[in-house]
Design a protein around this ligand. Structure first.
Ligand SMILES: [Zn+2]
Length: 305
C-alpha cells in the first residue's frame, strides 16, 4: 500500500466518522439548549414550585424565591433578592395579591416574563381586620384543587410561550397533573360527604375557597391573613365559646403558628389539636397531593367525629 492510499483509508475510517460524530454532538447540544434547559425559572413558594416542576420536569431549571420555613404573607425581598430575580427568564407567582412586591422586579427588568397563576380565577374579597381601607383579595386559591387545576394550566401556558418547541410535552404533563387533582377533588367530595359537621376551626383564614368548593364553614383563630399573629385573651375566650357551641372537638393548628394557642382552646373543650396545613411553610420535597391528603384525613376526623 502506498502512502497516498494509506492516507485515504485513514481519512475514510477515522477522520470522517470523527467529524460526523462531533457534528452530531454539536447538534445534540443545540437541541438541548433549545429544549428549555437553561431557561431560568423562579417560583415564589411551595405549591407553585410543585405545580411548575410537575409540568416542566427535567426540561426546566426552577428555584424557589421565598426560603422554606418563611411565611409568604409577610415576606419582602431585600435589594439582593431583587438583583437575583432580575436575571430570570420567567417568574411564576401565585398572584391575587400574595406577592405585591413583584412590581419591584418588573420595574428593574421589564422584560422578565411574569406568569400570574391566578389569571381568570374569580377571586374572593378579603377584608382581613376592618382596618384595611382597600378591600384585599383572598390569595389562597392553591388550597382548592379545582382552582389549582386552573393555576396548573396558567403555568403550562407560560412555559409553552417561553419554550414553544416543547409545547406538547408541557401540555401532556399539565394534563396528567390535572387528572391527579381531579382524583384529589373526588376524594375530598366522597370522604367529607359522610360527615355530619360542616364547621371547622382553622388557624388563619386560608380555607375560604376550599370551604366554598366543598360546602363547609370556616371559622378562624386569628382573623387576618398572617398566621404568626396571636389572638388576645378576650378573643381567645370568644373562640373557645364558639367552638363549644358548634360542637367541635378538633382544633387546628398549622406550621407557622404557635401550637399552644390551639392547645389552650382544645383543652377547654376537651378536644384535640390536629394540623390543617395551608401549604405555606413546608418542605419543597413533600408532594402537594399527599400533603392535601393529610389535610383531608385530619379534616375528616374533625368533621366526622
Ligand atoms: Zn395564608
Amino acid at each position: 500500500m502506498n502512502s497516498d492510499k494509506k492516507a485515504a483509508i485513514l481519512a475514510i475510517s477515522v477522520v470522517i466518522p470523527l467529524t460526523a460524530f462531533s457534528l452530531w454532538l454539536s447538534e445534540q447540544n443545540k437541541a438541548e439548549s433549545l429544549s428549555g434547559q437553561g431557561h431560568k425559572i423562579l417560583v415564589t413558594f411551595y405549591p407553585i414550585y410543585q405545580f411548575t416542576k410537575a409540568i416542566g420536569k427535567e426540561k426546566i431549571d426552577v428555584s424557589i424565591i421565598i426560603p422554606p420555613g418563611i411565611e409568604p404573607h409577610d415576606w419582602e425581598p431585600t435589594i439582593q433578592d431583587i438583583q437575583k430575580m432580575k436575571d430570570a427568564d420567567m417568574i411564576v407567582i401565585n398572584g391575587a395579591g400574595l406577592e405585591s412586591w413583584i412590581t419591584k422586579v418588573t420595574s428593574i427588568n421589564p422584560n422578565v416574563m411574569i406568569v400570574d397563576t391566578s389569571s381568570d380565577i374569580p377571586l374572593l374579597e378579603k377584608d382581613s381586620n376592618g382596618l384595611d381601607k382597600i378591600a384585599k383579595k383572598d390569595p389562597h386559591i392553591w388550597l382548592d384543587p379545582v382552582l389549582a387545576k386552573k393555576q396548573v394550566q396558567n403555568i403550562a401556558d407560560g412555559l409553552i410561550k417561553l419554550d414553544p418547541q416543547n409545547a406538547n410535552y408541557y401540555q401532556q404533563n399539565a394534563n396528567d397533573y390535572k387528572a391527579k387533582l381531579d382524583i384529589l377533588d373526588n376524594e375530598i367530595k366522597t370522604d367529607l360527604s359522610t360527615c355530619d359537621k360542616k364547621d371547622f376551626l382553622s388557624f388563619h383564614d386560608a380555607f375560604s375557597y376550599f370551604s366554598k368548593e366543598y360546602g363547609l364553614h370556616q371559622h378562624t383563630i386569628v382573623g387576618g391573613l398572617d398566621p404568626e399573629t396571636e389572638p388576645t385573651a378576650p378573643a381567645l375566650q370568644q373562640i373557645t365559646k364558639d367552638a363549644q357551641s358548634l360542637g367541635l372537638n378538633v382544633i387546628f393548628t398549622e406550621e407557622a403558628a404557635n401550637p399552644r394557642v390551639s392547645q389552650v382552646i382544645a383543652d377547654e373543650i376537651h378536644g384535640k389539636v390536629l394540623v390543617l396545613s395551608p401549604l405555606e411553610v413546608t418542605d419543597k420535597n413533600i408532594d402537594y397531593i399527599s400533603k392535601m391528603g393529610q389535610n383531608l384525613s385530619n379534616l375528616k376526623e374533625a368533621l366526622c367525629s
